[in-house]
Ligand binder design. Structure first.
Ligand code: NAD
Length: 480
């Protein structure tokens, strides 16, 4: 369905994120017919260049990151026609009158802040000073949204000086993933799951976001952040909220976000013995190198891996732990949410070899999809022997063309901005509540002077992280 016509200004339009995700994503939406004929995208960044220069840069970015879509030369030319560029100084006055001039009245105005967060306030202030932002305009802000509660509150306060909450779209691209939205459909559009979705029937939940890459190239940024700030406070927390929240009364932005916020408020403080931090260490073993080399800080205590056991203190979840883990340089690039159900109360088949609990596995990458593992009778005449089979719903199969029809998270979210739908964006109070929970955890290990445990690049993480589940009589699912 086409969206209303728009002028989308991408601040930082020449930067890495714009070239890898935002602009190729917009091209795919264009190919999908979602962009009105007169929609325009205006790059705004520091470099001096004209429209032609920007179009060449975008064409190159789409060639590099646009996948199979980039081969459609005619369409690409038509897409590039709607691109414009204004050189702008976020901290000065240069370029702002030209940007004001370039904006059309009577179309949706959206401003994507794909620049360092230190510039958010400057951009917001100048958009107003130059009369570019209207009460209907939207701004999209990127992560990181603060590095602790105080900085997140300050950032919210700065944006609030110029924009109301309903104009601010805080992006968490995990919420734009097809599977994540499907999680809500599965929970709230089927009668099957919701009656079982509680501590009586769910033994525990595992959320894994495993990467194979290290911090190469981003070392100095990452070293000030670490896995807890970079991944858990935002992405993993958002996933946890969607699994744990109560049914909202309607699929409406504030109804959904109110329920997510209640989950964050119900999170118990995490005990030190329920956290394992790790750092990949390859040195001396002939493997690919160590975190401390990549981060160029030999004494760094920043974690490139973290695993934690999280308890939710409410009626639905009391007694069902959520185990979260994320890390870099792990065995495989794999993100999964696994809802591990309890055993049947009594087995009429006696002690069965190979008996497994039912697991609903929600894969975010690769191969987005869901699998429900169920026990059935092993086919054949061998008597009543049980075996586990998957009920598989791979979205790639459902949509055809090996998954290429699934819109990337960024492109879907940008179209939501144009539509004015905030459901899949974080509200200011959610972000603050998430930091309020995260801050004491980080402060705890900083005061104690904890050192992260070493783990081999290409492994599943530190040994101690295995113990986190073993001591509860459980085991992590394989990373593959
Ligand atoms: P980048 O350094 O590659 O690009 C920065 C952009 O900002 C450039 O276009 C530059 O011209 C512009 N810019 C810098 N100073 C300016 C000024 N004074 N006036 C006007 N323009 C100015 O950065 P990036 O990697 O594209 O990241 C952009 C934002 O997105 C950051 O907030 C980052 O944290 C976030 N982010 C990036 C990624 C990623 O994969 N790159 C992922 C998630 C979030």
């Amino acid at each position: 369905i086409p969206v209303d016509s728009f002028d989308l200004v991408v601040f930082g339009g020449t930067g890495d994120l714009a070239r890898r995700k935002i602009l190729p994503g917009l091209f795919r939406r264009f190919l999908a017919g979602q962009m009105p004929e007169d929609a325009r995208i205006i790059g705004a960044a520091r470099a001096e260049m004209d429209d032609a220069g920007f179009r060449a840069l975008v064409a190159e970015a789409i060639g590099e990151f646009g996948g199979p879509a980039s081969r459609k030369a005619d369409e690409l030319a038509r897409f590039l026609d709607r691109l414009h560029y204004v050189a702008i100084d976020a901290k000065g006055d240069g370029g702002w009158p030209a940007l004001a001039q370039a904006m059309r009245p009577d179309v949706v105005r959206a401003f994507y802040f794909s620049v360092a967060p230190a510039l958010f306030g400057d951009l917001a202030e100048r958009l107003h000073r130059h009369g570019i932002a209207t009460p209907e305009s939207r701004i999209v802000v990127e992560k990181p949204f603060g590095r602790d509660l105080a900085s997140a509150c300050a950032l919210n306060a700065t944006l609030a000086e110029h924009f109301t909450e309903h104009q601010i779209y805080r992006i968490d691209h995990y919420l734009g993933k097809e599977t994540v939205q499907n999680l809500m459909a599965v929970r709230f559009a089927n009668i099957l799951f919701e009656p079982l979705w509680n501590a009586r029937h769910v033994d525990h939940v595992q959320i894994t976001v495993a990467e194979t890459v290290g911090v190469d190239g981003r070392g100095s940024y990452y070293d000030k952040s670490g896995a807890m700030r970079d991944m858990v406070q935002n992405h993993l927390m958002q996933l946890l909220c969607l699994i744990a929240m109560e049914p909202p009364y309607r699929f409406d932005p504030d109804a959904v976000r109110d329920e997510k916020l209640k989950v964050i408020h119900a999170l118990e403080p995490v005990r030190p013995e329920d956290i394992v931090r790790g750092q990949y260490r390859g040195a001396g073993k002939g493997t690919k190198g160590s975190y401390t080399d990549d981060a160029e800080n030999r004494d760094s205590r920043t974690e490139s891996y973290v695993a934690l056991k999280v308890n939710i203190a409410n009626w639905r979840w009391k007694g069902t732990p959520f185990y979260l883990r994320t890390g870099k340089k792990l065995r495989a690039r794999a993100s999964e949410i696994a809802i591990v159900f309890k055993e049947v109360p009594h087995s009429i088949f006696g002690e069965e070899e190979g008996w497994r609990e039912n697991v609903l596995s929600i894969r975010l990458q690769p191969n987005e999809g869901m699998t429900l593992s169920v026990m059935i009778k092993e086919p054949g005449p061998g008597g009543m022997r049980l075996t586990e089979v998957p009920l598989d719903m791979s979205f790639a199969d459902a949509l055809g063309e090996d998954g290429t029809d699934i819109p990337d998270a960024y492109e879907r979210l940008i179209m939501d901005v144009i539509r004015g739908n905030q459901t899949l964006f974080m509200r200011g109070d959610e972000v603050e509540a998430a930091w309020a929970w995260t801050d004491p955890i980080i402060a705890g290990w900083e005061t104690r002077g904890d050192k992260p445990r070493g783990y081999d690049p290409g492994s599943s993480g530190p040994e101690d992280a295995l113990m986190l589940l073993h001591r509860d009589g459980r085991r992590w699912r394989e990373i593959r």
